[in-house]
Design a protein around this ligand. Structure first.
Ligand SMILES: *Cc1c(COP(=O)(O)O)cnc(C)c1O
Length: 392
Protein backbone atom coordinates (compact mmCIF):
# COMPACT_ATOMS: atom_id res chain seq x y z
CA UNK A 1 0.00 0.00 0.00
CA UNK A 2 1.57 3.25 -1.12
CA UNK A 3 0.96 6.79 -2.28
CA UNK A 4 -2.08 8.09 -0.48
CA UNK A 5 -2.61 11.44 -2.19
CA UNK A 6 -4.65 14.17 -0.57
CA UNK A 7 -6.88 16.62 -2.43
CA UNK A 8 -5.44 20.00 -3.30
CA UNK A 9 -6.83 22.74 -1.08
CA UNK A 10 -9.97 24.37 -2.42
CA UNK A 11 -10.76 21.74 -5.03
CA UNK A 12 -14.04 19.86 -5.02
CA UNK A 13 -17.18 21.21 -3.43
CA UNK A 14 -18.39 17.93 -1.97
CA UNK A 15 -21.23 15.73 -3.13
CA UNK A 16 -23.66 17.62 -5.31
CA UNK A 17 -27.18 16.92 -6.52
CA UNK A 18 -28.31 18.89 -9.56
CA UNK A 19 -32.05 19.11 -10.24
CA UNK A 20 -32.77 19.97 -13.87
CA UNK A 21 -36.12 21.75 -14.07
CA UNK A 22 -35.94 21.90 -17.87
CA UNK A 23 -36.21 18.09 -17.80
CA UNK A 24 -39.24 18.31 -15.48
CA UNK A 25 -40.81 20.89 -17.81
CA UNK A 26 -40.33 18.61 -20.85
CA UNK A 27 -41.94 15.70 -19.00
CA UNK A 28 -44.86 17.85 -17.85
CA UNK A 29 -45.52 18.95 -21.43
CA UNK A 30 -45.51 15.33 -22.59
CA UNK A 31 -48.11 14.44 -19.95
CA UNK A 32 -50.34 17.42 -20.75
CA UNK A 33 -50.41 16.10 -24.33
CA UNK A 34 -51.08 12.48 -23.34
CA UNK A 35 -53.70 13.11 -20.68
CA UNK A 36 -57.14 13.59 -22.20
CA UNK A 37 -58.27 15.49 -19.10
CA UNK A 38 -56.58 17.83 -16.68
CA UNK A 39 -53.13 17.12 -15.26
CA UNK A 40 -52.64 16.99 -11.50
CA UNK A 41 -48.92 17.18 -10.62
CA UNK A 42 -48.27 14.85 -7.68
CA UNK A 43 -45.47 16.40 -5.62
CA UNK A 44 -45.56 14.19 -2.51
CA UNK A 45 -42.34 13.15 -0.74
CA UNK A 46 -40.71 16.49 -1.59
CA UNK A 47 -41.60 16.18 -5.24
CA UNK A 48 -40.16 12.65 -5.40
CA UNK A 49 -36.95 14.05 -3.91
CA UNK A 50 -36.66 16.80 -6.55
CA UNK A 51 -38.06 19.66 -4.42
CA UNK A 52 -41.85 19.89 -4.05
CA UNK A 53 -42.09 23.63 -4.59
CA UNK A 54 -39.83 23.60 -7.66
CA UNK A 55 -41.63 20.66 -9.27
CA UNK A 56 -45.01 22.21 -8.43
CA UNK A 57 -44.15 25.61 -9.92
CA UNK A 58 -42.58 24.05 -13.01
CA UNK A 59 -45.61 21.80 -13.52
CA UNK A 60 -48.08 24.67 -13.18
CA UNK A 61 -46.04 26.78 -15.62
CA UNK A 62 -46.15 24.02 -18.23
CA UNK A 63 -49.77 22.95 -18.19
CA UNK A 64 -50.66 21.18 -14.95
CA UNK A 65 -53.72 22.74 -13.32
CA UNK A 66 -53.72 20.98 -9.93
CA UNK A 67 -51.36 19.64 -7.32
CA UNK A 68 -51.62 16.44 -5.33
CA UNK A 69 -49.87 15.44 -2.10
CA UNK A 70 -50.14 12.78 0.55
CA UNK A 71 -50.44 14.71 3.82
CA UNK A 72 -51.93 18.03 4.79
CA UNK A 73 -48.47 19.07 6.04
CA UNK A 74 -47.17 18.71 2.50
CA UNK A 75 -50.10 20.76 1.21
CA UNK A 76 -49.49 23.50 3.79
CA UNK A 77 -45.83 23.70 2.76
CA UNK A 78 -46.96 24.50 -0.80
CA UNK A 79 -49.28 27.22 0.51
CA UNK A 80 -46.48 28.61 2.72
CA UNK A 81 -44.35 28.91 -0.42
CA UNK A 82 -47.07 31.09 -1.95
CA UNK A 83 -48.61 28.52 -4.28
CA UNK A 84 -52.34 29.15 -4.61
CA UNK A 85 -53.28 26.45 -7.15
CA UNK A 86 -55.83 23.79 -6.17
CA UNK A 87 -54.23 21.12 -3.95
CA UNK A 88 -55.64 17.72 -2.98
CA UNK A 89 -54.34 15.79 0.05
CA UNK A 90 -55.28 12.11 0.24
CA UNK A 91 -53.77 10.40 3.24
CA UNK A 92 -54.39 11.75 6.74
CA UNK A 93 -55.15 10.18 10.11
CA UNK A 94 -58.68 10.80 11.26
CA UNK A 95 -57.63 13.26 14.01
CA UNK A 96 -55.71 15.54 11.62
CA UNK A 97 -56.38 19.29 11.72
CA UNK A 98 -58.77 19.23 8.76
CA UNK A 99 -60.02 22.75 9.60
CA UNK A 100 -56.58 24.21 8.91
CA UNK A 101 -56.54 22.46 5.55
CA UNK A 102 -59.99 23.78 4.66
CA UNK A 103 -58.99 27.30 5.73
CA UNK A 104 -56.02 27.03 3.36
CA UNK A 105 -58.27 25.88 0.52
CA UNK A 106 -56.84 22.34 0.48
CA UNK A 107 -59.17 19.65 -0.85
CA UNK A 108 -59.39 16.37 1.04
CA UNK A 109 -59.77 12.76 0.00
CA UNK A 110 -62.30 10.85 2.08
CA UNK A 111 -61.72 7.09 2.29
CA UNK A 112 -64.53 6.17 4.70
CA UNK A 113 -67.20 7.14 7.20
CA UNK A 114 -64.80 8.00 10.03
CA UNK A 115 -63.08 10.61 7.89
CA UNK A 116 -66.37 11.93 6.55
CA UNK A 117 -67.73 12.35 10.08
CA UNK A 118 -64.54 14.01 11.34
CA UNK A 119 -64.52 16.46 8.46
CA UNK A 120 -68.22 17.38 8.67
CA UNK A 121 -67.88 17.88 12.43
CA UNK A 122 -64.60 19.75 12.58
CA UNK A 123 -64.03 21.28 9.15
CA UNK A 124 -67.31 22.54 7.66
CA UNK A 125 -67.01 23.85 4.12
CA UNK A 126 -64.57 21.18 2.97
CA UNK A 127 -64.28 20.26 -0.69
CA UNK A 128 -63.85 16.50 -0.76
CA UNK A 129 -62.98 13.70 -3.17
CA UNK A 130 -64.57 10.39 -2.23
CA UNK A 131 -61.95 7.66 -2.55
CA UNK A 132 -62.93 4.20 -3.75
CA UNK A 133 -60.71 1.13 -3.39
CA UNK A 134 -60.45 0.06 -7.02
CA UNK A 135 -58.43 -3.04 -6.26
CA UNK A 136 -55.45 -2.39 -3.99
CA UNK A 137 -56.99 -3.21 -0.60
CA UNK A 138 -54.97 -0.30 0.68
CA UNK A 139 -56.57 3.14 0.76
CA UNK A 140 -60.12 4.05 -0.21
CA UNK A 141 -63.51 2.67 0.76
CA UNK A 142 -64.29 -0.97 0.06
CA UNK A 143 -67.05 -1.45 -2.53
CA UNK A 144 -69.27 -2.91 0.21
CA UNK A 145 -69.11 0.44 2.05
CA UNK A 146 -69.26 2.69 -0.99
CA UNK A 147 -73.00 3.17 -1.32
CA UNK A 148 -73.38 4.11 2.35
CA UNK A 149 -70.43 6.51 2.07
CA UNK A 150 -71.94 8.20 -0.97
CA UNK A 151 -75.33 8.54 0.75
CA UNK A 152 -73.78 10.02 3.89
CA UNK A 153 -71.68 12.43 1.82
CA UNK A 154 -74.76 13.53 -0.12
CA UNK A 155 -76.63 14.12 3.11
CA UNK A 156 -73.79 16.28 4.44
CA UNK A 157 -73.70 18.12 1.14
CA UNK A 158 -77.42 18.89 1.31
CA UNK A 159 -76.94 20.24 4.82
CA UNK A 160 -74.31 22.57 3.41
CA UNK A 161 -71.49 21.01 5.43
CA UNK A 162 -69.24 20.06 2.49
CA UNK A 163 -69.09 19.68 -1.26
CA UNK A 164 -68.25 16.45 -3.07
CA UNK A 165 -66.11 17.78 -5.91
CA UNK A 166 -64.40 14.53 -6.89
CA UNK A 167 -64.28 10.74 -6.93
CA UNK A 168 -60.93 8.99 -7.10
CA UNK A 169 -59.47 5.49 -7.45
CA UNK A 170 -55.98 4.06 -7.98
CA UNK A 171 -54.81 1.10 -10.08
CA UNK A 172 -52.58 -1.63 -8.67
CA UNK A 173 -51.06 -2.98 -11.88
CA UNK A 174 -51.03 -0.12 -14.37
CA UNK A 175 -47.29 -0.58 -14.94
CA UNK A 176 -48.21 -3.89 -16.64
CA UNK A 177 -50.76 -2.70 -19.21
CA UNK A 178 -51.83 -6.26 -20.14
CA UNK A 179 -52.70 -7.24 -16.56
CA UNK A 180 -56.39 -8.08 -16.31
CA UNK A 181 -56.62 -6.28 -12.93
CA UNK A 182 -56.54 -2.98 -14.86
CA UNK A 183 -59.86 -3.70 -16.55
CA UNK A 184 -61.29 -4.86 -13.22
CA UNK A 185 -60.17 -1.60 -11.59
CA UNK A 186 -61.65 0.49 -14.41
CA UNK A 187 -64.94 -1.36 -14.17
CA UNK A 188 -65.09 -0.92 -10.42
CA UNK A 189 -64.39 2.81 -10.81
CA UNK A 190 -67.15 3.19 -13.41
CA UNK A 191 -69.50 1.39 -11.03
CA UNK A 192 -68.44 3.73 -8.20
CA UNK A 193 -69.23 6.77 -10.35
CA UNK A 194 -72.66 5.37 -11.17
CA UNK A 195 -73.45 4.78 -7.51
CA UNK A 196 -72.31 8.33 -6.67
CA UNK A 197 -74.59 9.74 -9.38
CA UNK A 198 -77.43 7.58 -8.16
CA UNK A 199 -77.02 9.13 -4.72
CA UNK A 200 -77.37 12.60 -6.22
CA UNK A 201 -73.66 13.49 -6.23
CA UNK A 202 -72.21 15.39 -9.22
CA UNK A 203 -68.42 15.18 -8.81
CA UNK A 204 -66.73 17.26 -11.52
CA UNK A 205 -63.32 15.61 -10.95
CA UNK A 206 -63.21 11.89 -11.69
CA UNK A 207 -59.69 10.51 -11.56
CA UNK A 208 -58.12 7.07 -11.67
CA UNK A 209 -54.91 7.21 -13.73
CA UNK A 210 -51.38 7.85 -12.45
CA UNK A 211 -48.18 7.86 -14.55
CA UNK A 212 -48.43 4.40 -16.13
CA UNK A 213 -52.13 4.48 -16.94
CA UNK A 214 -51.85 7.99 -18.34
CA UNK A 215 -49.22 6.70 -20.77
CA UNK A 216 -50.80 3.37 -21.67
CA UNK A 217 -54.54 3.33 -20.98
CA UNK A 218 -56.72 6.22 -22.28
CA UNK A 219 -59.84 4.43 -20.99
CA UNK A 220 -58.64 5.22 -17.46
CA UNK A 221 -58.23 8.98 -17.97
CA UNK A 222 -61.72 10.30 -17.08
CA UNK A 223 -61.48 14.05 -16.25
CA UNK A 224 -57.98 14.13 -14.73
CA UNK A 225 -54.67 12.24 -14.42
CA UNK A 226 -52.61 12.32 -11.22
CA UNK A 227 -48.97 12.10 -12.33
CA UNK A 228 -45.95 12.01 -10.02
CA UNK A 229 -43.13 9.70 -11.10
CA UNK A 230 -43.46 10.65 -14.75
CA UNK A 231 -42.82 14.33 -14.04
CA UNK A 232 -39.35 13.49 -12.76
CA UNK A 233 -38.57 11.09 -15.60
CA UNK A 234 -39.69 7.76 -14.17
CA UNK A 235 -41.95 5.57 -16.34
CA UNK A 236 -42.90 2.38 -14.49
CA UNK A 237 -44.60 1.06 -17.66
CA UNK A 238 -41.33 1.36 -19.62
CA UNK A 239 -43.24 2.43 -22.71
CA UNK A 240 -42.19 6.05 -23.02
CA UNK A 241 -38.91 7.91 -23.10
CA UNK A 242 -38.94 10.52 -20.33
CA UNK A 243 -36.13 12.82 -19.25
CA UNK A 244 -34.40 12.06 -15.90
CA UNK A 245 -33.90 15.25 -13.92
CA UNK A 246 -31.25 14.40 -11.31
CA UNK A 247 -27.47 14.23 -11.51
CA UNK A 248 -25.48 13.10 -8.47
CA UNK A 249 -21.74 13.71 -8.40
CA UNK A 250 -18.96 13.77 -5.83
CA UNK A 251 -15.26 14.58 -6.01
CA UNK A 252 -12.75 11.83 -5.28
CA UNK A 253 -11.42 12.49 -1.79
CA UNK A 254 -8.26 10.45 -2.26
CA UNK A 255 -6.62 7.94 -4.60
CA UNK A 256 -4.36 5.07 -3.54
CA UNK A 257 -2.46 2.18 -5.07
CA UNK A 258 -3.00 -1.22 -3.44
CA UNK A 259 -1.41 -4.64 -3.79
CA UNK A 260 -3.14 -7.81 -4.92
CA UNK A 261 -4.88 -9.37 -1.93
CA UNK A 262 -5.83 -6.09 -0.25
CA UNK A 263 -9.23 -6.32 1.48
CA UNK A 264 -11.47 -3.29 0.98
CA UNK A 265 -14.04 -1.86 3.40
CA UNK A 266 -16.09 -3.43 6.20
CA UNK A 267 -15.97 -7.21 6.22
CA UNK A 268 -13.47 -7.32 3.37
CA UNK A 269 -16.26 -8.38 1.04
CA UNK A 270 -13.97 -7.55 -1.89
CA UNK A 271 -10.26 -8.28 -2.18
CA UNK A 272 -8.15 -6.82 -4.96
CA UNK A 273 -7.37 -9.68 -7.39
CA UNK A 274 -4.41 -7.74 -8.78
CA UNK A 275 -2.58 -4.51 -8.01
CA UNK A 276 -4.96 -1.63 -8.68
CA UNK A 277 -5.87 1.98 -7.97
CA UNK A 278 -8.74 2.78 -5.60
CA UNK A 279 -10.60 6.07 -5.31
CA UNK A 280 -12.52 7.19 -2.23
CA UNK A 281 -16.00 8.59 -2.95
CA UNK A 282 -17.56 10.65 -0.10
CA UNK A 283 -21.08 9.24 -0.50
CA UNK A 284 -22.73 6.39 1.36
CA UNK A 285 -26.06 5.00 2.34
CA UNK A 286 -26.77 8.03 4.55
CA UNK A 287 -26.80 10.00 1.30
CA UNK A 288 -29.11 7.56 -0.41
CA UNK A 289 -26.58 5.31 -2.09
CA UNK A 290 -28.19 1.94 -1.37
CA UNK A 291 -26.02 -0.50 0.56
CA UNK A 292 -27.74 -3.27 -1.40
CA UNK A 293 -25.92 -2.01 -4.52
CA UNK A 294 -22.53 -2.89 -2.94
CA UNK A 295 -20.35 -4.77 -5.39
CA UNK A 296 -22.67 -4.02 -8.32
CA UNK A 297 -22.99 -0.27 -8.73
CA UNK A 298 -20.96 1.47 -11.41
CA UNK A 299 -19.89 5.11 -11.56
CA UNK A 300 -18.38 7.34 -14.23
CA UNK A 301 -14.85 8.72 -13.71
CA UNK A 302 -13.03 10.58 -16.48
CA UNK A 303 -15.49 9.30 -19.07
CA UNK A 304 -15.21 5.61 -18.09
CA UNK A 305 -17.39 3.29 -16.04
CA UNK A 306 -15.84 1.73 -12.95
CA UNK A 307 -17.21 -0.55 -10.24
CA UNK A 308 -17.79 0.38 -6.60
CA UNK A 309 -16.03 -2.38 -4.66
CA UNK A 310 -16.46 -3.62 -1.10
CA UNK A 311 -19.39 -2.55 1.05
CA UNK A 312 -20.97 0.82 0.56
CA UNK A 313 -20.77 2.30 4.06
CA UNK A 314 -22.66 5.15 5.71
CA UNK A 315 -20.54 7.99 4.39
CA UNK A 316 -18.30 6.56 1.71
CA UNK A 317 -17.73 4.09 -1.05
CA UNK A 318 -14.62 2.89 -2.90
CA UNK A 319 -14.25 2.81 -6.68
CA UNK A 320 -11.84 0.42 -8.38
CA UNK A 321 -10.11 2.57 -10.99
CA UNK A 322 -8.36 -0.50 -12.45
CA UNK A 323 -5.12 1.29 -13.06
CA UNK A 324 -6.73 4.25 -14.84
CA UNK A 325 -5.21 7.56 -13.89
CA UNK A 326 -7.31 9.68 -11.55
CA UNK A 327 -6.63 12.40 -9.02
CA UNK A 328 -8.25 13.65 -5.85
CA UNK A 329 -10.91 16.17 -6.87
CA UNK A 330 -11.85 14.29 -10.06
CA UNK A 331 -15.61 14.22 -10.45
CA UNK A 332 -17.35 10.89 -9.93
CA UNK A 333 -20.84 10.69 -11.43
CA UNK A 334 -23.15 8.31 -9.58
CA UNK A 335 -26.10 8.90 -11.87
CA UNK A 336 -27.46 11.37 -14.39
CA UNK A 337 -29.57 11.44 -17.56
CA UNK A 338 -27.09 9.07 -19.23
CA UNK A 339 -25.96 11.44 -21.96
CA UNK A 340 -22.27 11.09 -21.19
CA UNK A 341 -22.26 7.39 -20.45
CA UNK A 342 -22.99 7.81 -16.75
CA UNK A 343 -25.41 5.39 -15.05
CA UNK A 344 -29.06 6.36 -14.83
CA UNK A 345 -31.25 6.17 -11.73
CA UNK A 346 -32.92 3.17 -13.41
CA UNK A 347 -29.60 1.32 -13.52
CA UNK A 348 -28.86 2.22 -9.89
CA UNK A 349 -32.26 0.90 -8.89
CA UNK A 350 -31.52 -2.35 -10.71
CA UNK A 351 -28.20 -2.77 -8.87
CA UNK A 352 -30.02 -2.36 -5.57
CA UNK A 353 -32.98 -4.60 -6.52
CA UNK A 354 -35.38 -1.73 -6.10
CA UNK A 355 -37.33 0.83 -8.15
CA UNK A 356 -36.30 4.30 -9.23
CA UNK A 357 -38.85 5.87 -6.88
CA UNK A 358 -36.97 4.54 -3.85
CA UNK A 359 -33.65 5.93 -5.07
CA UNK A 360 -34.91 9.46 -5.78
CA UNK A 361 -36.96 9.75 -2.59
CA UNK A 362 -34.15 8.36 -0.44
CA UNK A 363 -31.45 10.93 -1.18
CA UNK A 364 -29.91 12.40 1.96
CA UNK A 365 -30.40 15.90 3.27
CA UNK A 366 -26.67 16.69 3.49
CA UNK A 367 -26.26 16.70 -0.30
CA UNK A 368 -25.58 20.14 -1.73
CA UNK A 369 -28.53 20.81 -4.03
CA UNK A 370 -28.35 22.93 -7.14
CA UNK A 371 -31.38 23.73 -9.25
CA UNK A 372 -30.82 24.25 -12.96
CA UNK A 373 -33.39 26.05 -15.08
CA UNK A 374 -36.32 28.04 -13.78
CA UNK A 375 -39.95 27.14 -13.47
CA UNK A 376 -40.68 28.91 -16.75
CA UNK A 377 -37.70 27.32 -18.48
CA UNK A 378 -35.26 30.21 -18.69
CA UNK A 379 -31.72 29.35 -17.65
CA UNK A 380 -30.48 30.15 -14.18
CA UNK A 381 -29.05 28.24 -11.24
CA UNK A 382 -29.50 28.51 -7.52
CA UNK A 383 -27.99 26.48 -4.77
CA UNK A 384 -28.87 25.58 -1.21
CA UNK A 385 -28.56 22.59 1.05
CA UNK A 386 -31.48 20.19 1.01
CA UNK A 387 -33.06 21.30 4.26
CA UNK A 388 -32.85 25.00 3.53
CA UNK A 389 -34.53 24.54 0.18
CA UNK A 390 -37.25 22.43 1.69
CA UNK A 391 -38.41 24.98 4.23
CA UNK A 392 -38.21 27.95 1.90
C1 LIG B 1 -48.29 8.57 -5.64
C2 LIG B 1 -49.68 8.61 -6.13
C3 LIG B 1 -49.95 9.00 -7.45
C4 LIG B 1 -48.85 9.26 -8.45
O1 LIG B 1 -48.42 8.02 -8.96
P1 LIG B 1 -47.28 7.94 -10.05
O2 LIG B 1 -47.30 6.54 -10.52
O3 LIG B 1 -46.03 8.32 -9.35
O4 LIG B 1 -47.65 8.92 -11.11
C5 LIG B 1 -51.27 9.10 -7.84
N1 LIG B 1 -52.27 8.84 -6.99
C6 LIG B 1 -52.06 8.44 -5.72
C7 LIG B 1 -53.22 8.15 -4.84
C8 LIG B 1 -50.77 8.29 -5.25
O5 LIG B 1 -50.55 7.89 -4.00
Amino acid sequence: MTALTLPAAGRGAGPRLVVDLTAVAANVRLFTERATGELMAVVKADGFGHGAVDVARTSLAHGATRLGVTSIDEAMALRAAGIGAPVLSWLNPVDTDFAAAVAAGVELAVPGREHLDAITRRAPGARIHLQLDTGMARDGAAPSEWTALCRAARLAERRGLLRVVGVMGHLATADVPADHANATGRTRFAWGLEVARGCGLRPADRHLAATSATLTDPLSHHTMSRVGAGLVGIDPSRTTSLRPALTLTAPLVSVRRVRAGTGVGYGHTWTAPAPTTLGLVPLGYADGLPRAASGRAEVLVRGRRHLLVGRISMDMAVVDLQGDHAEPGDVVTLFGPGDRGEPTVAECAGWADTIEHEIVTGLGSRLQRTVRGTHEGRCATSSTSGHLRRVR
